[in-house]
Design a protein around this ligand. Structure first.
Ligand SMILES: [Zn+2]
Length: 98
């Protein structure tokens, strides 16, 4: 059987995927944690998924945040320079929330 039709009539629900900037894995957006640059220029972890602003995505994993920090990929993705103390704060917050 080569056709990919599903039981509900062939409609495959599209899940928005995003790439983690730490481990490079693609995962459903809802399973990732958003790092947001707000219109005011603040960098925050968006634990509730409701913040306004430009977002970058990482796994709920301090190791992925550390990797993304090292490679500066969040900075590049959000087109701004993230200060060390902001990374420190985000790492702490993430560890408390995992
Ligand atoms: Zn990851």
């Amino acid at each position: 059987m080569s056709d990919k039709k599903t039981a509900n009539g062939g409609k495959i629900k599209k899940i928005p995927m995003r790439q983690c900037l730490g481990c490079n894995e693609h995962k459903p957006k809802v399973e990732l944690l958003r790092v947001v640059r707000t219109p005011e220029g603040e960098i925050n972890l968006d634990f509730k998924g409701k913040m306004n602003g430009r977002g970058a995505y990482i796994c709920w994993n301090p190791a992925c945040l550390a990797k993304a920090r090292k490679s500066r990929r969040i900075d590049r993705n959000l087109e701004c320079e993230i200060p060390e103390e902001v990374y420190d704060r985000m790492e702490k917050e993430l560890k408390e929330n995992v």
